[in-house]
Design a protein around this ligand. Structure first.
Ligand code: RET
Length: 133
């Protein structure tokens, strides 16, 4: 079984700017955010996950169980509330974030020793790669 647990450092990020624009993140925040090298700390126990995304500027925490819808506040990001649900698609973790924005969600998967994250909002896709700290 796949285990995402661990501490992960951002290595590369493609089109984070487009993703943030689609979310309506303001100019000043985007300027700072695109310089950041966030770290993810993932704890996975069975079907329970907690994911902490930490940076020097702002951090984001989310906790969920597979298949259980939860209220996501996106505090510190765009602050729009979503009804979110995370499911497995084979070995990929797929989140659908239903709310004001169309096609909002993300996918996490492992490949070799790297963690990949695809962030989606409207017509924008951001791809990030993380390696173990
Ligand atoms: C930062 C800095 C402030 C501005 C923005 C950020 C984006 C965070 C994102 C986090 C995604 C977390 C996910 C967790 C999965 O479980 C780095 C906090 C916009 C997009 C997908």
């Amino acid at each position: 079984p796949v285990d995402f647990s661990g501490t992960w450092n951002l290595m590369s990020s493609d089109n984070f700017e487009g993703y943030m624009l689609a979310l309506g993140i303001d100019f000043a925040t985007r300027k700072i955010a695109k310089m950041l090298k966030p770290q993810k700390v993932i704890e996975q126990e069975g079907d329970s996950f907690s994911i902490q995304t930490t940076s020097t500027f702002r951090s984001y925490f989310v906790q969920f169980k597979i298949g259980e819808e939860f209220e996501e506040d996106n505090k510190g990001l765009d602050h729009r509330k979503c009804k979110s649900v995370v499911t497995w698609d084979n070995d990929k973790l797929v989140c659908v974030q239903t709310g004001d924005k169309n096609n909002r969600g993300w996918t996490h998967w492992l490949e070799g020793d790297q963690l990949y994250l695809e962030l989606r909002c409207e017509d924008q896709v951001c791809k990030q790669a993380y390696k173990r700290a």
